[in-house]
Design a protein around this ligand. Structure first.
Ligand code: 13P
Length: 253
């Protein structure tokens, strides 16, 4: 049976009061597949969101973390700080952080290692720009990210990392990769993992698609064999839209 993870990335949206309201409403949905659902919220909302979701089975997590446990890094949040709140997940290497905040494959790699050591599931984002795709370099580009991001990580640890394929040209643009394009890259990513580690490890890994996933296109994307779920931005901000995507995954499980 295929495993799923439906993860909502709220990005820099919602106040804590709004996060609590969302948490209460989504909990009330009583999803049969609640354990396959997670919400990635801004740091300030995590404690209260976690409380609102308590007992629901739905996971929650952060959108970024620093790789050092403590120190003179003004404005940063560490893995032990996230651990204290009880987060289960943390996004690493989102294209917005790579583009606007200087995230590199080296810092991504350090963050993955710090999270794995703490038992927090990393959701690693990879994906190419429009320019790279137009030059037909998308597979080379994504393989390069993967090789650098997984450097020095064992097969046992790699199996715990969730990979999200997020083509930059499909993020927040309303332009979704076609199910075939998304499947092609997710299968390619699984192949790279198989080559780096082994097929058993690759087959056990969750590989998500992200980029304008919404209720109207989710079922078709999620039905693809190598797509284990979605990392959802805009459509994760409304309870009913997000719930419809969770239900689409439940129908396929
Ligand atoms: P959208 O769903 O808004 O395109 O965002 C995708 C994304 O970046 C999720 O991390």
């Amino acid at each position: 049976m295929k495993k799923f993870l439906i993860a909502g990335n709220w990005k820099m949206n919602k106040t804590t009061a709004e996060a609590i309201e969302f948490g209460n409403e989504i909990k009330a949905k009583g999803f049969s597949n609640a354990k396959d659902v997670a919400i990635l919220a801004p740091f300030t909302q995590l404690t209260e969101l976690g409380k609102a979701l308590e007992g629901s089975g739905i996971g929650f997590g952060a959108q970024n973390v620093h790789f050092e446990p403590s120190g003179a890094f003004t404005g940063e949040i560490s893995v032990p700080m996230l651990q204290e709140i009880g987060v289960g997940y943390c996004i690493v290497g989102h294209s917005e952080r790579r583009e606007y905040f200087g995230e590199t494959d080296q810092t991504v790699n350090a963050k993955l290692k710090a999270l794995l050591q703490a038992g927090i599931t990393p959701i690693l984002c990879v994906g190419e720009s429009l320019e790279v795709r137009e030059g037909k370099g998308e597979q080379t580009f994504v393989a390069g990210q993967l090789i650098a991001d997984f450097e020095g990580i064992s097969a046992a640890d790699a199996a715990k990392i969730v990979i999200a394929y997020e083509p930059i040209w499909a993020i927040g643009t309303g332009k979704t990769a076609t199910p075939d394009q998304a499947e092609e890259m997710c299968a390619f990513i699984r192949g790279v993992m198989g080559g780096t580690y082994d097929n058993g490890t690759a087959d056990s890994m969750l590989i998500l698609y992200g980029g304008s996933m919404k209720p109207s296109n989710a079922a078709e994307l999620l039905a693809k064999p190598d797509i284990n779920g979605g990392l959802i931005g805009g459509a994760s901000l409304k309870v009913d839209d997000f719930a419809a995507i969770v239900d689409a995954a439940a129908a396929l499980a």
